[in-house]
Design a protein around this ligand. Structure first.
Ligand code: GSN
Length: 179
């Protein structure tokens, strides 16, 4: 075993992308195993690897960790990226929960039925520009993008995943039961 965290997910952004970003920000190298079929997911479930029978899962420090927020909190805590006191941590949690609400909408958009796409897109655009983006103002984006570790992650050839395409949507639909 390499000792590097091992990320188990599909080969796309989804709920694992923030974990990739956070590890990149912390300057931590990681390995990835991509689930490509429903059978592979079922095997992980059958083998008892997934506490709630869901992905993402990250093997880290001997724990098979699930639940995106728990994974992120653990990594942030471990690498001193989770604030210097309880108040700073609460601010981090507020930003994280806010962007998670937006991400949830964006993440599910490619799976919305064709007839709902235009309406959903308009709603996402409205909320993104009026509610969420003003919080993450331009200065914040510039500061984040210029952190050396993030700068590296934004370069071609990093573990950053591309936006979802038809192939990604088809893969997700073939693996997971989407409600
Ligand atoms: O944040 C989390 O990790 C969990 N609260 C949700 C995890 C989740 O919904 N995972 C999906 C695939 S990733 N995309 O949403 C999943 O494993 N769905 C299959 C299922 O049976 O729920």
């Amino acid at each position: 075993m390499s000792g590097k965290p091992r990320l188990i997910y599909i080969n796309g952004r989804g709920r694992m992308e923030p974990v990739r970003w956070l590890l990149a920000a912390a300057g931590v190298e990681f390995e990835e195993k991509f689930v490509e079929t429903r059978e592979q997911l079922e095997k992980l479930v059958k083998d008892g690897e997934l506490l709630f029978q869901q992905l993402p899962m990250v093997e880290i420090d001997g724990v098979k960790m699930v639940q995106t927020r728990a994974i992120l909190s653990y990594i942030a805590g471990k690498y001193n990226l989770y604030g210097k006191d309880l108040k700073e941590r609460a601010w981090i949690d507020m930003y994280v929960e806010g962007i998670t609400d937006l991400m949830q909408m964006v993440m599910m958009f490619p799976f919305s039925p064709a007839e709902a796409k235009a309406k959903n897109l308009a709603s996402i655009e409205e909320k993104a520009t009026k509610r969420y983006f003003p919080v993450f103002e331009k200065a914040f984006k510039t500061k984040m993008s210029n952190m050396p570790t993030i700068k590296k992650f934004l370069q071609p050839g990093s573990a950053r995943k591309p936006p979802p395409d038809e192939n990604y949507v088809a893969t997700v639909v073939s693996i997971f039961d989407l409600n």
